[in-house]
Design a protein around this ligand. Structure first.
Ligand code: ASP
Ligand code: MG
Length: 427
């Protein structure tokens, strides 16, 4: 198919980028400059509420009642973005740039009815293109949607990333720029490891792993959308000048567009999981199946699983679960101890999960060996392990988290720069 339509980009600005009036003016200038440098490109802007505003709205509601009605809470929470779309649109108009603010119901962002956690079901691309036809820049409220009854919904905290990517997918945009307060995605947490590098390009799949393993720059679901619809994302700082490799901006692209495939791209950590162990349980597979069945029915998300030999013929089964699920999981498991012929269940919160992610692991061996080598040098014991094709996660005692991240980053520092091709060429 020959594309005759002009290319479109979506530019999303987060809460700190529109945190006050002077910042909103700065954002208007970024949009203006992009437009004058790319006159053939259609622009659509998505914004969050001003930094801190959504939190304020949540506390207003909590001050009013203990348990706010979800439908009413959404009416309240969605108001934060209504402020910023209007301010940015009026500033753009003042600069002589045609712009129009749009709420979710005007942009027709259709969602499910799960208030405060709704899923986007569709975006009316025709309507948005119609607004854009004469060069008008739509300034769309992030984070909000409308359900089939016409009620206002919200997408969950941090959800304006999802709005931006969903619109980019619907408009078949050539890129979705996510402007934030950090220059992009780093090889590891720069507050922990000063030598952390700003990554220039990574694949969607790596970003998806990194986002769910603790790199907090993007909402995980927005990355999933971008991967599914093959939309290139660019994460960049509103305050760090133009896009420049190694200085500002990380491109997140389909794997096929990644010319270089580093073996290790990033090292992440998470502190918000707990480990639950059922001791001395029967090794009978039907009992184990029952255990996981009941946890699933309770809606407990399980991350890592391990099974070790216990006393006699028994086994000890450990799982890790998100903190917010851990008491429910513990109660559930404790209630099942007699049925599982187990001796008891314990919980351990003194843990950290450290993970190594890299698309090149698919094509290269030795990552686990180097990872354990780095940990053994620091005498850090590993309590659980979890792997996928492109990541290895280890569970360590919480006090060793930082040391583990540093040691692993150091170990792979030279690997990170090299690509699979380079390593093979030098072998
Ligand atoms: N304003 C919403 C929040 O604070 C959505 C967002 O910023 O992405 O969660
Ligand atoms: Mg955000």
């Amino acid at each position: 198919m020959i594309r005759t339509r002009k290319p479109i980009v979506v530019m999303k600005f987060g809460g700190t980028s529109v945190g006050d009036v002077s910042r909103i003016k700065h954002v208007a200038e970024i949009v203006r400059d992009y437009q004058s440098e790319n006159p053939e490109t259609g622009i659509l802007v998505v914004v969050s509420a001003m930094a801190g505003e959504t939190n304020k709205l949540v506390s207003l509601a909590k001050g009013c009642v203990d348990n706010p009605d979800p439908r009413e809470l959404d009416v309240l929470l969605a108001s934060g973005e209504q402020v910023t779309i209007a301010l940015l649109a009026m500033r753009l108009l003042d600069l002589g740039i045609p712009a129009k603010s749009l709420l979710a119901q005007q942009a027709r962002i259709a969602t499910s009815s799960e208030h405060t956690n709704a899923l986007i079901e569709g975006v009316d691309a025709l309507r948005l293109r119609e607004v854009m036809r004469d060069g008008t820049i739509p300034v769309v409220a992030g984070f909000q949607g409308v359900d089939e009854r016409g009620d206002i919904t919200t997408l969950g905290r941090g959800g304006s990333d999802i709005t931006a990517v969903a619109i980019a997918a619907a408009l078949e945009a050539s890129a979705c720029f996510i402007y934030t307060d950090v220059p992009g995605v780093f090889s590891t947490d720069p507050r922990m490891v000063p030598r952390a590098r700003l990554l220039d390009r990574i694949s969607h799949e790596e970003m998806l792993e990194m986002a769910s393993l603790g790199a907090k720059v993007l909402h995980t679901r927005s990355v999933y959308f971008a991967m599914r619809y093959q939309i290139p994302l660019v994460v960049l700082s509103t305050f760090a000048g133009p896009l420049r490799p190694g200085v500002n901006g990380t491109w997140i692209v389909p794997e096929e567009e990644l010319m270089e495939k580093p073996v290790v791209t990033g090292i992440t950590h998470r502190l918000d999981e707990a480990r639950i162990t059922i001791n001395g349980m029967s090794p009978d597979i039907q009992k184990i199946s029952k255990l996981f069945g009941v946890l699933a029915d309770q809606g407990v998300f399980i991350d890592m699983i391990s099974q070790e030999k216990g006393d006699g013929a028994s086994v000890n089964v450990s799982i890790t679960v998100p903190d917010e699920n851990s008491l429910l999981a513990l109660e559930t498991v404790r209630g099942m101890v007699p049925e599982l012929a187990g001796a008891g269940a314990t919980i351990d919160r003194d843990i950290a999960k450290v993970s190594v992610v890299g698309i090149g692991m698919r094509y290269h061996t030795g990552v686990a060996a180097r990872l354990f080598h780095a940990l053994s040098r620091e005498r850090i014991d590993v309590r659980m392990i979890n792997t996928s094709e492109i990541k290895i996660s280890v569970l360590v005692q919480r006090k060793y988290c930082e040391a583990a991240v540093r040691a692993i980053h150091e170990e792979f520092a030279e690997f990170e720069i090299k690509t699979v091709e380079e390593i093979q060429a030098s072998a």
